[in-house]
Structure formats: C-alpha cells, structure tokens
Design a binder for this molecule. Structure first.
Ligand code: SAM
Length: 292
C-alpha cells in the first residue's frame, strides 16, 4: 500500500514539489486527514464493481481512497495546473481517469456510457468546490444520470438546507428540489482544521440516495418547481400572497388561486415552508389548469 496523499506532510511535499498555489476562486481546499476520507468512502458503500464519478480531485487525496475501493474512478478537474500533479500522485492507480473539464459543461451522461460499461452501480463522491456546490448537485440530479446516489462534502448550511424537514428554517425550494429526486441525509460534520488552506465555513457530508421514481408525480415538472419557488418567494408572506405576487399575472387570478388552494385542502394563510412535497404536488396540479 502506498503512503496516503492526504496527510499534512505529504500534501505539503507535493505542493512544494510543483510550486502549486491555491486558487480561492476555484474553491481549492484540500483534505489533509485520511480518517475523514475513509469515512466519506465508507458512506458511499462502494464495492469492487462500483464505478465512481469524482468532481474536483485536487491533488488526488480522495481519488486515491476511491481507487482502492472501487472498480473505476472518473474525475473531472477544471484546473489544468493539477493535471501533471495528478498524473504523478495517482500513477499507482490504473483504474483512475482524469477528465480536464468544468463539470458544469460536461456531458456526464456520455462519459458514463463510455467509461462505465462494466460496473454494477455508479456513485458520485466528492469534496465539492464550495462556490458551485448547488449548481453541480442540481445538474447531476436533473441530468437523470443512472447513478445510485452521491456522497459529497459541502458547506454545512447548504447540507442542512438540502436535508431539511418541512416547518424548519432551513426548509426551502432547494430542499424540495433535492428531495424530489433523492432521500437526503447529513451523515457527518467536518471541522475546518482538516483542510489546507482552512476554509471560512464549516462543512458537512451529505448522502443523497436517488429515488427510483421522483418523490411525487406531477404533470409538468417545470411548473411544479415554479410553484415551489413562488411559495417560498418571501418567507414571511402567506402562501396565497406569495402565489399571487410571484406567479405570472397572479394578482388577477386571485379567485382561481384561492379555489386551487381550497381544492388542495391547503389553508391560504399557511406559509410555504409548512407544505410537504406531496402538498406542493397537489397544489401544482390544481394551479396548472389555471395557468395553462
Ligand atoms: N478532492 C480534493 C480534496 O478533497 O482534497 C480537492 C477538493 S477542492 C474542495 C475542489 C476541487 O474542485 C479543486 O481541485 C478545484 O480545482 C476543482 N474544481 C473547481 N471547480 C470545478 C468545476 N467547475 N469542475 C471541475 N472541477 C472543479
């Protein structure tokens, strides 16, 4: 077994050897604690038949741990300066492929079709760059990839919003969007001290297990999410007021919106954050006929 990349000494050695300087704008905070990495990998429940997609391998700290446990790891890295470093640090692992690309612009579906022909399941495992955590997760979910799920490190507050329950301060349109596709659970809190450089925020690891079918069935997904966003428009407003002010020509449709709420058995004085996903689905079905 090779020495772990993710120790403070080895990480410093690698960075010095290549004269690498961190780019804050790319969310570069590298993990320097192998025990945290082992736990992240444990939560992903990999087998030697699993294909793993990683986003942002950095100098390969997590990639190496994944390569030891999975059949194959495909990692997207945006920063060209890291490519020669990764070629060096990951040379003992022939089951790793690095793709030099912004994951937000990548055709991940195509990459899966080409790289994971012979695996039993696919997991996304990553220590995500904080500046684009939500767009990355939403892209991977809305791309409808054939993945079992994701185990990802992100800003603690964002993890709490994704895994929130109705009626709590963290519950919002991001919660509904994530839980529409997955079962979400925060599995670990991570202190700032295990990163180099230390970030200004606390971190958490969230596990998102993809549902076989979305949590609710709706006629039109875009409209469903429009209703969800409208309902959370201004948190202190009632659902009726939010729908009227946020939906197109909502004010003119007050009577119909009130009727839709009544049909959905939702008190117009409730606030958006008290509705569960099933209630949002019923409400969007009732409103759909008014707007289309
Ligand atoms: N996995 C490493 C670790 O845990 O030590 C590094 C994680 S660091 C938080 C985030 C990594 O994502 C950096 O290597 C950064 O260059 C890369 N990155 C940032 N934006 C990206 C994007 N849009 N697509 C792919 N990689 C990105």
């Amino acid at each position: 077994m090779y020495k772990d990349i993710a120790t403070p000494t080895r990480t410093k050695e690698i960075l010095e050897k290549y004269g690498f300087s961190f780019k804050k704008s790319l969310g570069q905070n590298f993990l320097i604690e192998p025990n945290i990495l082992h736990r992240i990998v444990d939560f992903a429940e990999l087998s030697e038949r699993t294909g793993v997609i990683e986003i942002g391998p950095g100098i390969g700290a997590l990639t190496e741990q994944l390569a030891r446990r999975a059949k194959k790891v495909v990692a997207f890295e945006i920063d060209q300066r890291l490519l020669p470093i990764l070629a060096d640090t990951l040379s003992p692992y022939p089951n790793v492929s690095i793709i030099h690309q912004d994951v937000l612009k990548a055709d991940v579906q195509q990459v899966i079709a080409e790289q994971f022909m012979d695996v039993d399941d696919i997991m996304v495992v990553a220590n995500l760059p904080y500046y684009v955590t939500t767009p990355i997760i939403m892209k991977l979910l809305t791309d409808r990839l054939p993945i079992r799920g994701m185990v990802v490190m992100l800003q603690k507050e964002v993890a709490e919003r994704m895994a929130a329950k109705p009626g709590t301060k963290d519950y919002g349109s991001l919660t509904v969007a994530v839980q529409y596709y997955t079962q979400a659970e925060t599995v670990m809190h991570v202190p700032r001290t295990v990163f180099m450089p230390k970030p200004n925020v606390d971190s958490a690891v969230i596990r998102l297990l993809k549902r076989e079918q979305p949590a609710v069935s709706v006629i039109n997904e875009d409209f469903f999410f429009m209703v969800v966003r409208a309902s959370f428009g201004q948190r202190r407003k009632t659902i009726l007021n939010n729908l009227m002010s946020q939906l197109p020509n909502g004010k003119e449709k007050k009577v119909q919106i009130e009727k839709a709420l009544e049909n959905a058995r939702i008190d117009p004085k409730r606030r958006g954050e008290t509705l569960n996903i099933a209630e949002f689905a019923t409400l969007s079905e009732q409103l759909y006929h008014i707007f289309y």
